[in-house]
Design a protein around this ligand. Sequence first.
Ligand code: ITT
Ligand code: NA
Length: 183
Amino acid sequence: MAIRFVTGNAGKVREARDYLAGIEPVEQIDYDYTEVQSDSLEEIAAHGAREAFAELGSDEPVLVDDAGLFVEALGGFPGPYSAYVEDTVGVERLWQLAEAEENRRATFRTILAYADENGTETFAGSVAGTLVAPRGEGGFGYDPIFEYNGTTMAEMSTEEKNAISHRGRALATFAEWYADRDE
Ligand code: ITT
Ligand code: NA
């Protein structure tokens, strides 16, 4: 049965498809679930997945992914506000904020929330790296300024990024749970 990935972000879908190839087909659904005001990605994602599954009809499971970039020297900013910051000031400006700091460490976090008729499950993934001046044409969002082991995530193929990224790690935990679940 296809999994409906509820997101407006094609980059997330590309990564989930690549990771889940041979497990389940992934279909992108553009449904605007309520993003509850919360500092917790887990709460936002779980609520979104439950709501989408209830509202969309059909019994195909849904997946929601709520991600954020947490910059150490900026007290975790932009964190849950990462999409807003990307849309307003942009990635380059976030890099400029980090550039003024000695500590340029940052962590990407994501929560994948899965919902079907049996309920909702969440899976977390994170990766620690360093912010750098933008490099690379691949990926999306903050990938050009996020370096891991000398390479920005925008310089990686989808497969390379999945092998180390927050989303790849969450997808790995999800895939393991999905294979073992009771149908
Ligand atoms: P949906 O909510 O529709 O899924 P979105 O792009 O708004 O899409 P998020 O709120 O989860 O998704 O994303 C928070 C921000 O972090 C947003 O600016 C993304 O572009 C960025 N982002 C998420 N995952 C990323 C990744 O793997 N690499 C780089 N940036 C990422
Ligand atoms: Na979003």
